[in-house]
Each structure stands twice: as structure tokens, then as C-alpha cells.
Design a protein around this ligand. Structure first.
Ligand SMILES: NC(=O)C1=CN([C@@H]2O[C@H](COP(=O)(O)OP(=O)(O)OC[C@H]3O[C@@H](n4cnc5c(N)ncnc54)[C@H](O)[C@@H]3O)[C@@H](O)[C@H]2O)C=CC1
Ligand SMILES: O=C([O-])CC(=O)C(=O)O
Length: 331
């Protein structure tokens, strides 16, 4: 058995964490031979609730859980961590866009960037879940200059999983038989869910999804808008934002980052190098593969005129969010 790694989860008394903590502590993220020491951060008024979560984690009697540290102090939470799930922040309510959370949430990521910079391992892998996730990840990285920018990522895996599930449903196949969908851009209603390179396994042979669906109009309209608006649809139904599926997506993202993607690609919000004509220095969701703990943007894909337009819209929004966030962080 390997030595335990320290893993931070912020917003640990909240909804997403309530599903996520079990997945991390049961081995679904770092593997069945990797013990974890959980550092759980929330704000001071939530320490009572957090203690209840700590009790429940103990009551799960999980063999891989080496210890739990509940705290309201970011520097204690991030001390020597190898992975950090930054979930803690305000969720949106019905009628809001995720960027409406910017002024309330972005300062949290400034402060946590500063704390990570001081005390985390320099190879820490950071996943920002709290919205607006792409821009919060950018700000977190800006305030943690001693940690490589590649180590800061934002979660678009929930959108990726939603897109995969929509296509599997349309094709009447199990979700595992669909791969290589792409979420481009922002985790917002401007994101571009793209099925043009997706593959479906039919009788052991991979076929292009566009040919199998044989309905370009659907792929450009209903498919795109359903995925773009799925978060809002869950809020309208549940009166609270996605939590079970968000926790599953966070587990998928970190597992693939640590353990690799194998023969498929996944969508991750990563710092843009300008690939595919996107704005540089924003956190943009791309198709990536991961080997040996390092992500790499999938290169050489053809971008149609339709895709170009969609990429430009979401890129423009990210550039605007960046400008607004930098303004908020000035004071
Ligand atoms: N990227 C994505 O795909 C998704 C992102 N989200 C976002 O995740 C975030 C969390 O959602 P939920 O867990 O449902 O919210 P929640 O309200 O149930 O839990 C948030 C927790 O964060 C804590 N918190 C607030 N400020 C904090 C700080 N400075 N440090 C540490 N903890 C802090 C709160 O006290 C609360 O316990 C929201 O911003 C939501 O919009 C949700 C679903 C998907
Ligand atoms: O929609 C929201 O506000 C929560 C979220 O990010 C999602 O479900 O994708």
C-alpha cells in the first residue's frame, strides 16, 4: 500500500462535497491502493455541520481513509496537499447565469490561490468546481505564481458527461459506447458541446457519431442547447444546483488527471495557449489526453465554420469574464 496523500476539499460542508467525499475516500478517484488524508475546508459558521460530515466519514469505516482534518483555515487545509478540489463558493439560483456569481465568488479564489502558493506541494493538481469555474481557476492561478499554471484546471467534465449521455440516449446505446465528445470554452450557456469527432461503438467497431445520428440539424441545435442549459434545467427541477452529477464529474476529472485517459479524450478547462484560435491566457475547455499526470490538448482537429463561430462566442465571454474578475480582485 502506498503512503497516504493529502487531498483538500473546500466547501466540504456543502452539497457537492457530500457526494464527493465518499468517492474520494472509497478509492474511486486515486485508485484502490492509494490511501488519502482528507483536509476539509469550510467557513467558520459551518464547522458544526462539517463535524457531522466528519462523523459520517468515520462511520463509513473506509479502509483507504487515513485521516480527516476539518478546518476553517485555508493555509491549514492546503498544507502539503497533492490534490485540491475547490468547490466552496456560492451556487446560483433559478434565473441567474453562472457569471452573476463572479463578484461574490472570485475573491474566494484569490485568497485560496494565495494560500495554495504558500503551503501546497508545487506539483499539486487543482480542480476548480465553484462557479464561474473557468475564471475562478484563472484567478486562483494568478495568485499562486509559484505553482505551474498547468496545475490549475476548471471543471467542464459535467458538461462532457451530459453530452455523452445525450448522444447515447439519441443512439439508443449504453453511455460507455460513446466517446470523444468535446466541450469547448466556458462552463456557461455559451459553451460549445461538439459531437463532430465523437465515436460510437457499434458491434466492436468505432463509427463517427454524426453519421450514426444522421441528423446534423439536431447536433447543431437541440443537442447543443440541451447540454448548454442542463444545469439550469436541474435547478428549475430541484430548486438546488446539480450535486450528485457534479461530484461524479469532479471524481472523473481528477481520476483521469492522476491515472490517465487511455484511448479516449476528455474535456478539461485548462490555460489556453491559443490553440484553435482561442484567446490566450484564459481557462478554456479543450479536448485533452492525459499521460503520466500531464494533460495535452488534442491537436489537428478540423474546425467547421459553425464551430468557429461557436468557439469565438465562448472565447469572447471568457475574455470579458477575465476583465471583470481582474477588476473585482483589484481591491
Ligand atoms: N463546474 C461545475 O460543473 C459545477 C459547479 N458548481 C458550483 O459548485 C459550487 C458549490 O456548489 P454546492 O456544493 O452545491 O453549494 P453549497 O452551497 O451546497 O456548498 C458550498 C459550500 O461552500 C462553503 N463555502 C463558502 N465560502 C467558502 C470559502 N471561502 N471557503 C470554503 N468554503 C466555503 C459554504 O459554506 C458551503 O458549505 C457552486 O459555485 C456551484 O455553482 C455546481 C455544479 C457543477
Ligand atoms: O448550473 C449551475 O449553476 C450548476 C452547474 O454549474 C451545473 O449544473 O452545471
Amino acid at each position: 500500500m502506498a503512503a497516504p496523500i493529502k487531498v483538500a476539499v473546500t466547501g466540504a460542508a456543502g452539497q457537492i462535497a457530500y457526494s464527493l467525499l465518499y468517492q474520494i475516500a472509497s478509492g474511486a478517484v486515486f485508485g484502490p491502493n492509494q490511501p488519502v488524508y482528507l483536509h476539509l475546508l469550510d467557513i467558520a459558521p459551518m464547522m458544526g455541520v462539517l463535524n457531522g460530515v466528519v462523523m459520517e466519514l468515520a462511520d463509513c469505516a473506509l479502509p483507504l481513509l487515513a485521516g480527516v482534518l476539518p478546518t476553517a483555515n485555508p493555509e491549514e487545509a492546503f498544507k502539503d496537499v497533492a490534490a485540491a478540489f475547490l468547490v466552496g463558493s456560492m451556487p446560483r439560483k433559478e434565473g441567474m447565469e453562472r457569471k452573476d456569481l463572479l463578484s461574490a465568488n472570485v475573491r474566494i479564489f484569490k485568497e485560496q490561490g494565495q494560500a495554495l502558493d504558500k503551503v501546497a506541494r508545487k506539483d499539486v493538481k487543482i480542480l476548480v468546481v465553484g462557479n464561474p469555474a473557468n475564471t475562478n481557476a484563472l484567478i486562483c492561478s494568478k495568485y499562486a505564481p509559484s505553482i505551474p499554471r498547468e496545475n490549475f484546471t476548471a471543471m467542464t467534465r459535467l458538461d462532457h458527461n451530459r453530452a455523452q449521455a445525450q448522444l447515447a440516449d439519441k443512439l439508443g446505446v449504453p453511455v460507455r459506447d460513446v466517446k470523444n465528445v468535446i466541450i469547448w470554452g466556458n462552463h456557461s450557456s455559451t459553451q460549445f458541446p461538439d459531437a463532430s469527432n465523437a465515436l460510437v461503438n457499434v458491434g466492436g467497431i468505432n463509427k463517427p457519431v454524426p453519421a450514426a445520428v444522421n441528423d446534423d440539424e439536431y447536433l447543431k441545435t437541440t443537442f447543443v442547447t440541451t447540454v448548454q442549459k442542463r444545469g439550469a434545467a436541474v435547478i428549475a427541477a430541484r430548486k438546488m444546483s446539480s450535486a450528485l452529477s457534479a461530484a461524479k464529474a469532479a471524481s472523473d476529472h481528477m481520476r483521469d488527471w492522476f491515472l490517465g485517459t487511455g484511448d479516449r479524450w476528455v474535456s478539461m478547462g485548462v490555460i489556453s495557449d491559443g490553440s484553435y484560435g482561442t484567446p490566450r491566457d484564459v481557462v478554456f475547455s479543450f479536448p485533452v489526453t492525459v499521460t503520466n499526470g500531464k494533460w495535452k490538448i488534442v491537436e489537428g482537429l478540423t474546425i467547421s465554420d459553425f464551430a468557429r463561430e461557436m468557439l469565438d462566442i465562448t472565447g469572447k465571454e471568457l475574455a470579458e469574464e477575465k476583465r471583470d474578475a481582474l477588476e473585482v480582485c483589484k481591491d
